[in-house]
Design a binder for this molecule. Structure first.
Ligand SMILES: NC(=O)c1ccc[n+]([C@@H]2O[C@H](COP(=O)([O-])OP(=O)(O)OC[C@H]3O[C@@H](n4cnc5c(N)ncnc54)[C@H](O)[C@@H]3O)[C@@H](O)[C@H]2O)c1
Length: 442
C-alpha cells in the first residue's frame, strides 16, 4: 500500500512543487507592488509639504499665524513661513477653505485644512479709482493686504491709482457693478456710486441702478464667498433733517420723488438691502454714513462746495454761494474718513455708524477759510439755491467714538492747504511767491 501510496502521491507532490514557484513569485510581486505604492505615496506627501509650507505647519502642529486686527500685523514671529507662503502666490481664500475642508486623500491619508489663517486679506474696493476709494486703497496696501479695485471710471480716474499699478498686490478691473462679478475675497468695501450732485443727477436712472442693483450684486458676492461687506452710505439718508445733530437712530426727512432722490433713496435702499442680507443670509455687513469729506484727488469740477470754492479761488473766479450762504455743513478730511472706514470694517457693529467731523461751518464761513488759504482777495457771488439742498448737516459721532474709538483729527484749517496743493498742481496754477519773510527784514 505504502508503495502504492508513494506511487500515487509522487506526481501530486511534483505538481505542488511546480505550483509553489508561481505562487511564491506572485507574493514577491505583490510585496514589490506594495513597496512601490508606499514609495509613491510617501513621495506625494513630501511634495505636497514642500509646495505648501502651510500644510507642513499644520501637520507638524507648529503654532499657526494669527493677526492683530487693528494693525493687521502678525502677532507671533512665524513671519518667514507666512511670507514664503505668500511668495508662492497660492493664497487660498476662506470660500475655498470651506469647499476644500478636511476629507480623505485617495491614498487613505486624512487631509488637514490646506490653509493657515493669514494676517493679510484679499480686499475688494468697488469705486476704488474715485476720491475716497483711492485713499482707502493706499491704506490697505500699506497694511499689506491684496487689493482688487473694480471701477467703471464714470467719476473715477486712473491717475488716482496709477502709483499702485506696479504693486504685485494690486489689481484693477474695469467693470460696472450693475453687472455681476465673481471674485474670491475676504472683505468688500462697496463705494461704487457717483457722490456729487452734478454727477449723480447726470443720469439718475443709472445712479439708482448702481445703488440698488450694484449693491445687490455685491451683497450676493459677499454671501457667496463669505466676505465681510461694508456699504458707504451717506448723511443724505437724513434728507433735510428735522433733528440736529443727526444720530443714527433718526430716520430722516427725505423727498422720495425729487431730483436728488436717485441718490438719497438709492442709498436708503442700499442700507435696507444690507440689513436684509445680514438678517436673512447671515452676511457680515457694516454701514458707514459718511458726511461731507474733502481732500486731495477730489474731482475738480464736481460741484461739491469745498472743491468748487477751492477751484474757483485758484482760477481767480468768484466763489459761488448758493442761497443765503447760511446753510451749514461739516467737513472731514479724507484720511480721517479712511481710518473710520477701516475701524468699522474690522469692528463688530452691524448697524449704521456716522463718520464725519462735527465741526459746523456756514457756507460763508467756509468761503472765508478758503480765502485765507488760497487768495485773500477772492470774491463771492450769490446764486439761487438748488432743490432739496439741506439747511443743516452735522453728525452726532457718539457711536463712532464708543464703538470704534474713532474721531476726526484733522481740522479744516490743516486739511484745506493739503487739498489746495493738489488742486494747484492739477490746475497748473503757480504758487504765489511768499515775500513775508523778506518783508520782515525790510
Ligand atoms: N465724498 C463724500 O463727501 C461722500 C459723502 C457721503 C458718501 N460718500 C460715498 O462714498 C463713496 C465714494 O465717494 P467719492 O467721494 O469717492 O466719489 P467718487 O465719485 O470720487 O468715487 C466713486 C467711484 O465709483 C465709481 N463708480 C460709479 N458708478 C460705478 C458703477 N456703476 N460701477 C463701478 N464703478 C462705479 C466711479 O467711477 C468712481 O471711481 C460713494 O459711495 C459715496 O456715495 C462720499
Amino acid at each position: 500500500m505504502g508503495g502504492f501510496r508513494n506511487l500515487e502521491l509522487l506526481p501530486l507532490q511534483k505538481s505542488r512543487t511546480r505550483l509553489m514557484k508561481p505562487i511564491n513569485s506572485l507574493w514577491e510581486h505583490r510585496i514589490t507592488y506594495v513597496c512601490i505604492g508606499m514609495i509613491i505615496a510617501f513621495g506625494m506627501v513630501s511634495m505636497n509639504s514642500i509646495l505648501s509650507p502651510s500644510v507642513m505647519m499644520a501637520q507638524t502642529g507648529e503654532p499657526v499665524q494669527s493677526s492683530d486686527v487693528t494693525t493687521g500685523s502678525p502677532v507671533n514671529d512665524e513671519v518667514s513661513m507666512v511670507s514664503f507662503r505668500e511668495d508662492s502666490a497660492e493664497v487660498f481664500r476662506p470660500a475655498y477653505q470651506a469647499k476644500l475642508g478636511g476629507g480623505a486623500l485617495g491614498i487613505g491619508l486624512s487631509r488637514r485644512p490646506l490653509v493657515v489663517p493669514s494676517p493679510k486679506k484679499r480686499v475688494l474696493v468697488t469705486g476704488g479709482a474715485g476720491f475716497v476709494g483711492s485713499h482707502l486703497v493706499d491704506r490697505l496696501l500699506e497694511r499689506g493686504d491684496e487689493v482688487i479695485v473694480v471701477d467703471n471710471f464714470f467719476t473715477g480716474r486712473k491717475e488716482n491709482i496709477a502709483h499702485n499699478l506696479q504693486n504685485p498686490r494690486f489689481e484693477l478691473i474695469r467693470h460696472d457693478v450693475v453687472e455681476p462679478i465673481l471674485l474670491e475675497v475676504d472683505q468688500i468695501y462697496h463705494l461704487a456710486c457717483p457722490a456729487s450732485p452734478v454727477f449723480y443727477k447726470h443720469n439718475p436712472i443709472k445712479t439708482i441702478k448702481t445703488n440698488v442693483v450694484g449693491t445687490l450684486n455685491m451683497l450676493g458676492l459677499a454671501k457667496r464667498v463669505k466676505a465681510r461687506f461694508l456699504l458707504t452710505s451717506t448723511s443724505e439718508v437724513y434728507g433735510d433733517p428735522l433733528q440736529h445733530p443727526q444720530k443714527e437712530e433718526y430716520w430722516g426727512n427725505v423727498n422720495p420723488i425729487g431730483v436728488r432722490s436717485c441718490y438719497d433713496e438709492g442709498k436708503r435702499t442700499a442700507e435696507t438691502l444690507a440689513m436684509d442680507y445680514s438678517r436673512g443670509a447671515g452676511v457680515e455687513v457694516r454701514i458707514a454714513r459718511i458726511f461731507n469729506t474733502y481732500g486731495p484727488r477730489m474731482s475738480i469740477d464736481d460741484g461739491r462746495v469745498v472743491s468748487n470754492f477751492v477751484a474757483q479761488a485758484l482760477r481767480k473766479e468768484p466763489m459761488t454761494v448758493y442761497g443765503d450762504g447760511l446753510q451749514t455743513r461739516s467737513f472731514q478730511y479724507v484720511s480721517d474718513l479712511v481710518e473710520g472706514l477701516m475701524r468699522l470694517m474690522e469692528g463688530e457693529h452691524i448697524g449704521p455708524v456716522n463718520l464725519g467731523n462735527p465741526g459746523e461751518f456756514t457756507m460763508l464761513e467756509l468761503s472765508e477759510v478758503v480765502k485765507s488759504v488760497v487768495d485773500k482777495d477772492a470774491r463771492i457771488v450769490f446764486k439761487e439755491n438748488t432743490a432739496d439742498d439741506p439747511h443743516k448737516r452735522k453728525p452726532d459721532i457718539t457711536k463712532a467714538k464708543q464703538l470704534l474709538g474713532w474721531e476726526p483729527k484733522i481740522p479744516l484749517r490743516e486739511g484745506l492747504p493739503r487739498m489746495v496743493e493738489d488742486f494747484r498742481m492739477r490746475l497748473g496754477v503757480e504758487k504765489p511767491i511768499d515775500n513775508s519773510a523778506d518783508a520782515e527784514h525790510v
